[in-house]
Write a protein that binds this ligand. Structure first.
Ligand code: ADP
Length: 158
């Protein structure tokens, strides 16, 4: 009798999450049935300026996904494709809001495939989330606007 072994389907959902928004949460929830494990991974890019420190962004991600055991929040430096190899992840998850996202993401996805054979799975933003971006949320926060409709509850008001 042969025993069947299955390979865990592991994905990385990379981003800045500065801060995490309900759009990001929606993508993770919709990706959950596709994978055994999803690493929500904050890429640390030294040449990029962030509004919130890494520890804060990680804490918000961990709080947001605390009831989803398949999801783990981490941070990383370097190429996403290299992180995937390190974690045994064959897939990257990305959300697409519009044609600008699509144009940029397509090139990155093809490069990750060329570099490391990692496939990117795109999920379209739900219509009710297509206008939500961390950039706009940061702008609202900087002007003391109420962002509670756009961020998960783990993200406290500053
Ligand atoms: P990055 O700096 O890599 O763009 P972000 O944190 O802004 O990181 O976004 C991470 C991922 O989440 C990207 O794939 C982005 O397209 C997706 N995303 C961002 N906002 C939304 C949203 N409102 N709905 C769906 N996907 C989103």
């Amino acid at each position: 009798m042969s025993t069947s072994s299955t390979t865990a389907r592991i994905a990385v959902f990379p981003g800045s999450f500065d801060p995490v928004t309900v759009g990001h949460v929606s993508i993770v929830k919709r990706a959950l049935p596709l994978f055994d494990k999803i690493y929500v991974a904050i890429g640390e890019n030294n040449s990029k300026r962030y509004m919130f420190p890494l520890e804060k962004r990680l804490e918000w991600l961990r709080g947001t996904f605390k009831d989803m055991p398949q999801v783990e929040a981490i941070s990383f430096q370097g190429l996403t494709a290299d992180l995937c190899i390190k974690l045994g992840a064959a897939f990257i998850v990305r959300g697409l809001r519009n044609s600008t996202d699509h144009g940029q993401e397509r090139s990155i996805a093809l490069m990750n495939h060329a570099l490391r054979g990692v496939e990117t799975v795109f999920l379209p933003a739900l219509p009710e989330h297509a206008h939500i971006s961390s950039t706009i949320v940061r702008e609202l926060m900087a002007n003391n606007a109420d962002v509670s409709a756009f961020v998960p509850s783990a993200v406290g008001q500053p």
